[in-house]
Write a new protein. Structure first.
Lengths: 445, 445
């Protein structure tokens, strides 16, 4: 009998928990779900015979260590900043650990200790990061194995609303953490194209989009996703002349979102004044010139070169950002206040389904010819808790736990799924579960 | 006999040291100048009988404390981040301290301990901060004392090249720390105008300029200078409907500088790739679209809406930023590389003189009428070490030291010069030294 501890019972854990419960009789697993909200944890196990729910306080070291010590593998679905505490305990108590999060500096530094303890720490096993790594590395390794030389690598992912439920002028709803969406892209994005390094500051990011189509889901925009350069080393593509990672949005989204960026409304670094008496109209006016005889809409159009009757203004008006209604907060940074507005308007409605879309484009040279592989995946959410986000994050994590407990992963230390040993069985099972990539290959002239 | 310790013998200390040496016989002062470069310290005292130069290492606690312990007052002209070390020693050793720098959080927290030690720590005694506070507070206090109500406060300062030596198309040369000039304005600028809060993100800052004229020095542009709102509390203007602080530049500067901001060239947060083999043309191209068939100049004009034959392009071409010459660095952030280019082009030439310009505009209501005071100051540098910057920074600091040692300052703890006790005698003596404000007052309809 193996014992699995799942820490965190939030949105993205639903499918993970369901998968492990569904397979618990077959594999003889006992599952503990810990959350600071024991009720939430309890609702997720729904009385399953092989599971218990417990209240879990990450900062209570004694009970945290006791709980971890009683299990064979720990799956941390907690906020990423809490992973190091869990990871440290896992090293001390010699327990395997699995997460869907980026490897932090703190976790990376535990690599040697984890090896010495004989445990493995598998990270970046969700969708992005996760399925993106696995599907890309499979393509890259396949090309290399047949003697091809990779010349271009582009990879983009987006969490979006499924087409049938795409009912607002932004063609966007919040399908995951709204705060992360509001702050997305801050800093400098960097990539390389035909040997030329390119750097895009945040305030230019949403004006520098490319277009693509994904399967029969129509057109998408792609904006650059932070530091693409570091993926050269991660994927073993050190000398590649073109590498680019992007985020997918529906056409027209970026141009409208850019208005918030230009105005400074996504800034989370200071608290605004007099928020408690602020209306939405005053909020947007705070970022415009003082010109009391000109109305706010005209000032905005003049400032940012917008057509008063154009699509961008229609999107903004639909949000109610020009309304004389209170923002309804007592304090807030621009980003926090904007998030409040968007949460009201971009909330998933009951019955809404989300979509995850992912696409890799890889060009390579073989036998003197240049070829392009376009590998695309789109998956639609199942139902309320089992959104596409929850399914694509939770399923690969759950499969990794299964492989680990079945003794099929012979790794020690800190890893991400870029080796065939990890990505091959996971991608295979994801495909059976309907999360599959469709590859097209063409010759490039 | 009083003993004065001056820490830091760099550019901005020249006039300070000269003043104190010139008055040392009259007041019976012994002066020690400490610098990590003992040669530099020695050159500044130039064999004066009342002075010695010593090598000074801020991080050598033992000798630092010994040196401070041997003096009555310490003037720290070191980089601002080093002040807390000196301040802490001054508290322990019960020595007065004077600086030209902004009060840091660390120094502010020493207020109570400084009071208990019976010492005073005078800060922000240079030009900006310094003369700006003193001259503004004198106007504010005068208006209040005659029963006026202040409705508008605007204050702007600029360190510029003197008109006679203004020989380049930017109408700008480096008259102080180039790094600070390159990074100036980052973050969000905020102010209030007729009761409306306004927030300007960095990428919009240099497009939101006002115009002014200063005395007979012609036209200037003013761009907002970071957080103006906090000056409401500092100056006791809590309920004022309009408060604004700005930086002065010559007309056309901001529009051209904005190109660097838009491109992301003033970013100091990441290191660029392959700097050692980079040309200036490649440097600017790194921030432009990949479009190998279009030349860099055309891409830039198209990207940022520039006239290929316009003034902005002429300024950029004059800098040599389109040249196929190596940048000549091995590593660097965009800001560091840009600074290298500008240092070559904006360097003061031998014989060049700089200028400090400052202007306050204050509107107030009295006897049912609204009045505007425009108070302006401009001062030109004397000669190479005694630039306008050095004179306006060093003279008020030196005067404060004199007042302190003469027992004319009855303050304890951490202060800035916003009280008449400090600003009145200092402004008086500055006026005698030719640093004087010219006030015009008009009725506002």
């Amino acid at each position: 009998m193996n014992k699995i501890l799942i820490l965190g019972a939030g949105m993205s854990s639903s499918t993970l928990i369901r998968y492990l419960l569904d397979h618990s009789c077959e594999y003889d697993w006992k599952i503990t779900v810990g959350d600071k909200d024991a009720e939430l944890a309890n609702s997720k196990i729904n009385g399953h015979e092989n599971a218990i729910a417990v209240e879990f306080d990450i900062f209570d070291e004694g009970s945290r260590r006791k709980l971890i010590g009683e299990h064979d593998v720990v799956v941390s679905m907690l906020p990423a900043r809490m992973h190091p505490l869990v990871a440290n305990d896992c090293v001390i108590l010699k327990k395997h650990m699995v997460t869907a999060s980026y490897v932090s500096k703190e976790v990376k530094e535990l690599d040697q200790k984890a090896r010495e303890s004989g445990i493995v720490m598998l990270n970046e096993l969700g969708v992005d990061p996760g399925i993106d790594h696995m599907s890309a590395m499979k393509l890259v390794d396949d090309i290399r194995n047949k003697g091809g030389k990779i010349l271009l690598f582009k990879s983009s992912t987006g969490g979006l609303i499924a087409p049938e439920y795409d009912t607002n002028p932004w063609n966007y709803k919040f399908t995951w953490n709204p705060r992360n969406v509001v702050l997305a892209g801050q800093g400098t994005s960097m990539f390389i194209r035909n040997g030329r390094y390119k750097y895009i500051p945040y305030h230019k990011l949403f004006g520098r989009v490319e277009k693509t189509t994904v399967l029969d889901y129509g057109e998408f925009e792609v904006y650059p996703n932070r530091d693409s350069l570091k993926y050269r080393e991660i994927y073993g593509l050190q000398d590649i002349p073109t590498i680019f990672r992007g985020t997918l949005r529906r056409p027209g989204f970026c141009k409208a979102w850019d208005i918030f960026v230009q105005l400074g409304m996504t800034d989370d670094n200071y608290q605004m004044q007099d928020v408690e008496s602020m209306t939405w109209r005053q909020f947007i006016n705070s970022f415009l010139r003082y010109e009391p005889k000109t109305n706010v809409e005209d000032k905005l159009c003049d400032y940012l070169g917008l057509d008063p009757d154009g699509e961008v203004m229609q999107k903004l008006k639909w949000l109610g950002i020009f309304d004389d209604k209170p923002v309804g907060l007592n304090t807030g940074s621009p980003a926090q206040i904007l998030q409040k507005l968007l949460e009201d308007k971009w909330m998933l409605e009951p019955g809404d389904k989300d979509m995850i879309a992912m696409q890799h484009k890889i060009e390579y040279e073989i036998d003197g010819k240049r070829r392009l592989i376009t590998s695309s995946m789109a998956t639609i959410g199942q139902d309320a808790p089992h959104t596409a986000m929850s399914v694509t994050v939770g399923t690969p994590v759950a499969i990794a736990v299964k492989l680990l407990l079945a003794g099929k992963i012979n790794l020690k230390g800190v890893h991400i799924p870029i080796k065939p040993e990890l990505y091959s069985p996971i991608l295979k099972e994801l495909e059976d579960a309907g999360i599959r990539f469709v590859d097209e290959e063409t010759e490039v002239e």
